[in-house]
Structures are given as structure tokens and as C-alpha cells.
Design a protein. Structure first.
Lengths: 232, 128
């Protein structure tokens, strides 16, 4: 009996040590990104892509953050995070049936933790190293001669982006990320690559691939990256 | 004696039919559940949590999405047109481009199953 007690205590101590160890290792490795972000965000391309993974994940994937975000925006946003997705990472979890339409719980998006300026800069630098091989063609977006008016029309009823995304405050759908400040947030080549084929980034994500001509892709990208800029 | 023989054969046939039919029904139920889950993931954003065309995104839509719970409206919709609209988008069936094509996300089999699911949502195949 006494021996059993000793064994149980030893097992409990071993378990505590085993559970504590990864935290210690992470802290020692110096990766702010791993220790602060990996609990909610995928930092490497997931091997288990599925519809269920989209339902289970706690935050958007960041494994291609280096292709996606502008550094200046990251540094600023990480210090003062504001909601990007009105319905949180998966809108359905926060939607309520109603009249004249379904609504979102105002607390849906939750509150992203804020960090100090030094940590924000460090995280931004680490995020910019996360790049997806071959998914985003550098220089694909050609800003010269883009017709923003045509881009806005494409974004609206011609191509229907507005069904899920807000391009201006109070205008547009709520299930996708708001694009009100997309020009500050996103890299143009990423916008073009994602619009061209969202399933290259996630086979199951609820933005489907729409057949867009090269001209469409250029003007839509031009319009999206004009949003939130001072001259817009 | 012949009567008893026929009766026995009928009992065997009836029991067999029940046994064969059960797994098929269980399979149908599983497909309906899978389609409902896909509907929640991809369709409800516009067509509504209650499948009534009142999704959260309708705030941004100039054309309102179809109400899938509307028996009269859905009953008149040919199933092939329904599948084409899902696969290739609203514009492919002369409807709004706000309904995107889902062929890059849903397989042909999932689209076929979704059409069956939609017929169950509207109770289109029920007498009353």
C-alpha cells in the first residue's frame, strides 16, 4: 500500500514536470510568436485541412502572414487590436436567427490581446518570416492604370465581393473580414493571389473561387488596396 | 401447404426488405446531416441560420437570397437548375452574381446531396 502511494506520487510529479516542460522550452527559445500566438493561430501549413478544422480553430491562420500583412499595420494593430471579422473567426458560432435578418452577437469577435510596442515590433518581424512557398507571385499586381471606379463596380454587384465583405463602414456583408482598411493591412500581391484562388490557401475556406479575368483581378486588387488610404 | 409456403416466403421477403432498407435510411440520414453541416458552413451566411433567406450578409445584398424554407418557391425550382446554381453560381442560371460558384469548395457529390437536403428543408416532397 505504501509502495503504491510512493508510485502514485512519483507519477504525479512526473506528469507535472512533463506538462510544465514545453512552456519552459518555449520561453527559453525566445520565440514570442510561438509562446504568444500559437495557441490560437496556425503558424505552419496545416496537414489536417478540413471543414472541421475551420470550426475548431480559435484564430485565423498565420502560416502565410509574411505574404499577407504590411509590417506598419501589424505593429500598430498588435498594440491596439480592433475587430477585423465582425462575426469572429467563424461567424456561424455567433449568429442568431432574427427579423428582418439574422444578427451577430456584438461580442462575437472577442478581444484580441494587446502587446507593448517592443513586443509588437518583434512579433511583426517574426510574422513577416512566415511565407507560403509559391502561393503569392511577387509583382503580380500592376498598380499602373488601374481603374478604381471599375474596381468598385466589380467589388459590388458585378463580382459580388460585397456580399461577404465590407468595403466601407456599414456597407457590405459580415461573414468575411472587413476590408475598410485593407490598403493599410494587406499586401497587394497577396490580395490578388487570394482572390484568384482562395482554395490554394485553404481548400475548405468559405470564400469560393470565382472565375476572374486578369483585368478583373487587377482592378479588384487596386480597389481593395485603395481602401483605408488617405487619398481614397 | 402451398399457402403456408407462400406466407413464409412473403415473411422472409418483408423481413429482408426491412433489413436492406434500414442501412439505406441510416445512410440518407447521415448525408442529410453532413449537408446540413456544410449548409451552416457555407450557405447560412446569406441564406440564413433558419434557411429562410435572412442571413447576416443580407444587410449588404441588393438582391435577397432565396428562402429555402419556402415550399411553393422551391417546389417550382428544377433540381438540375438548383445544382447548377450551387456549382457555377447564380449568374449561370440568369440569377444574381451575388451567389458565387461553389465548385471549388464542394464536390459534385456534395452538391448532389445538398440538392436532396434542400428538398427536405422545404418539405417539397411531402404531400402536405
Amino acid at each position: 500500500m505504501k509502495m503504491q502511494g510512493i508510485l502514485a506520487s512519483a507519477a504525479a510529479v512526473a506528469l507535472v514536470v512533463a506538462l510544465a516542460r514545453p512552456t519552459t522550452v518555449d520561453a527559453q527559445s525566445g520565440s514570442e510568436l510561438e509562446s504568444r500566438c500559437a495557441a490560437c493561430h496556425t503558424l505552419t501549413k496545416p496537414a489536417n485541412a478540413s471543414v472541421d478544422r475551420l470550426w475548431e480553430r480559435k484564430g485565423p491562420d498565420l502560416w502565410y502572414a509574411g505574404n499577407k500583412f504590411n509590417r506598419a499595420w501589424l505593429v500598430q494593430w498588435l498594440q491596439k487590436p480592433t475587430p477585423i471579422r465582425p462575426g469572429g473567426v467563424l461567424w456561424f458560432k455567433h449568429a442568431k436567427p432574427g427579423e428582418p435578418r439574422d444578427t451577430l452577437d456584438p461580442a462575437a469577435a472577442g478581444q484580441h490581446p494587446a502587446v507593448d510596442a517592443a513586443t509588437a515590433a518583434k512579433l511583426a518581424d517574426e510574422l513577416l518570416t512566415l511565407k507560403a512557398d509559391g502561393l503569392v507571385a511577387e509583382g503580380a499586381f500592376k498598380p499602373e492604370g488601374v481603374n478604381l471606379t471599375m474596381g468598385q463596380m466589380s467589388f459590388g454587384k458585378l463580382r459580388g465581393c460585397v456580399a461577404c465583405h465590407q468595403d466601407k463602414a456599414g456597407q457590405g456583408g459580415l461573414s468575411g473580414p472587413a476590408l475598410i482598411d485593407a490598403g493599410q493591412r494587406l499586401q497587394p500581391d497577396y490580395v490578388l493571389a487570394y482572390m484568384k484562388d482562395p482554395q490554394q490557401f485553404d481548400r475548405y475556406v468559405w470564400m469560393p473561387r470565382v472565375a476572374l479575368s486578369d483585368a478583373d483581378l487587377q482592378r479588384l486588387t487596386g480597389y481593395v488596396v485603395s481602401l483605408g488610404k488617405e487619398n481614397n | 401447404m402451398l399457402r403456408w409456403g407462400l406466407f413464409g416466403a412473403a415473411v422472409v421477403a418483408f423481413t429482408g426488405a426491412i433489413i436492406i432498407h434500414q442501412p439505406a435510411r441510416a445512410g440518407d440520414e447521415a448525408k442529410l446531416r453532413a449537408s446540413a453541416h456544410l449548409y451552416d458552413t457555407y450557405c447560412a451566411q446569406c441564406h440564413g441560420v433558419n434557411r429562410n433567406g435572412k442571413g447576416i450578409n443580407t444587410i449588404g445584398l441588393s438582391v435577397q437570397p432565396r428562402d429555402h424554407s419556402d415550399k411553393a418557391g422551391m417546389s417550382s425550382l428544377p433540381i438540375d437548375e438548383m445544382k447548377k446554381a450551387i456549382r457555377d453560381g447564380g449568374a449561370s442560371v440568369n440569377k444574381s452574381a451575388l451567389m458565387p460558384p461553389w465548385a471549388s469548395v464542394l464536390t459534385d457529390e456534395q452538391i448532389d446531396d445538398m440538392a436532396v437536403y434542400l428538398r427536405s428543408v422545404c418539405h417539397c416532397d411531402e404531400q402536405k
